[in-house]
Each structure stands twice: as structure tokens, then as C-alpha cells.
Design a protein around this ligand. Sequence first.
Ligand SMILES: [Zn+2]
Length: 299
Amino acid sequence: MIEIPKRIYEKFLRFALENANPLKSRKSWKECIGLVLGRISDDNLFVTDIIPIGTGSSVFVDITDYEKVFSLISFERIDKGEVIIGWAHTHPGLGLFFSGTDINTQLSYQGMHPKSFGLVLDPTQIQSDFSGFNIYRVSETTKRPYTVEYNFDEPINFEKVNNLLKSELFDIKVPLAELEPVIISKSEIEWGEIILKLVGPSEIKYRKRFFIYLELQLPYRQYARIDYQQNVHRFKNNEARSTNEENYFFHETLSSGTLAIFSYTIDKDEQIKLVLNDISITIYSQEMRKLPQLSYEIK
Ligand SMILES: [Zn+2]
């Protein structure tokens, strides 16, 4: 038996989607490769992590730098009994199978431990009741791959989890001079019923705060988590003055509405550019949401 925690599945799927973004041209897609760590107990394998180790062209991935690979595993993990129990890679849009190279790679893993396995994920194969991946081993005698069963530590609606989506750059510019129109490179991203948009700015008066709103429209009874990186660039007379990397943010929401309000002040002749990138959204049905326990303190 092979058991995979839901959060590790999500971690590897996120890595896969970052490198094979369904919103970007297939030409830019890359295969990903990771190392599977876990614990072995009798006949059972418990996956504890999948560590990303690289990406390759869309037809070939390989582990070439073993020393680097093994240095990724800390001694604390080894002390806790975690060992390499397999490898994982993606076939974005290519389907689930083991190529000739995959068979050879798998045989070298089985040489280290006979229970080692190879996981192949193609995110385009995901359905609400199918994870989008198969687990394989290779017969030592026939050298043919065969699939191995696996299960998860909790039930997963894979289609919903797959809505971990990556977006392209998302930015809004505020004008140089009053009355000049707002320059919007891309202010709205749409994935079916899900719409994420930047709205604004509110009325601009120099040296007074104005606002830009990040709004999300969700299907009924779904909730979302959005992660993004925020940058603010300031220009004066079209020359860059400063860039403020405000790093990563996330918001969680139960329904459609405003997720964030960005507020700035600008001087006359100043221009500001707000850029959100590395946007990812995870959509969950409300039933899947674990509500936090509320607690009150009386003083
Ligand atoms: Zn492959």
C-alpha cells in the first residue's frame, strides 16, 4: 500500500502547474521532476514529501546531479526515518505512461530499494474523481512497467484542487497627470466562472490617498485562497525612481467580493505601477472548508 497526504499532492501539482501553465502556450511547458521521500513500514509506504529537483524540456527529464539531489535531504529527516522511496515527474498534456528512459530511471531506483516507485502526473488528465497520476514499477524480468495502487490520507475532489491556477502578469498603472486615463495592461483574468480583477483607481488627488481594489467573483458556495506577489514601481517623468517588492500575500474568502485594497499617494508628475504576479488561486467547495474553532477570551 502506498499512502499520499493531500497536501503533498497539492504541492507537487502546484509545481507541475507552475511549469506547465494552462494559460500559457504549450511551447512554454516544461516537465518537472521531484524526489519522493517517505517511511517504509512492512509492506506499506507512507509518502512524507515530494522535493522538486528540476525541470526539463517537454520531452525529457532526468536526474543528472545525484550529489545535489541527496544534499536536499536534511540529516534531521534521515534521522526521522525518511528515505527516498521513489521519484515523480510530469507529462504535461502527454498522457500517463512510462517512456523507455523512464523505465531505465525506475530500474535504477528499484536497484536502491525494490519497493521504490515512479509517479507520473499529467494535470490535463485530472477529473473530479481522478488524481491525474499513475504510480508505476517495472518488472525486473520483462522490463515492462505496471501500475501500482495508491490512496490518500483524506478524500479529495481533484478537479477543485486542480483549480490551483497560475496567471500571467497582472498590473495597473496610475496616470502621470490628472485627467489622463488609467493605463491598464491587464486588469482582469477569467477562468470560466472565476473572475479576478483590479478595479480603480478611486479619484486621484496629489498627496492624498487613493485606492485600487482587488475583486474576486466566485461560483456560488465555493471559497478560494489567492496567493500573489506584489510589486510597486514609482516613476517621475517616466524615469524609474524606486521599486518596492512587497513580497507574497494571500487572502482567503468564502464568497465573491473585495479581497484587498491597495492604497497609495503620489506627487504631481509621479507615476505608479502596481504589479501582481505569480498569482495562484485555489478553489474549494464550502463543504471541504475546515472552519476554524472560534474562541473568546473574557477579561
Ligand atoms: Zn516520462
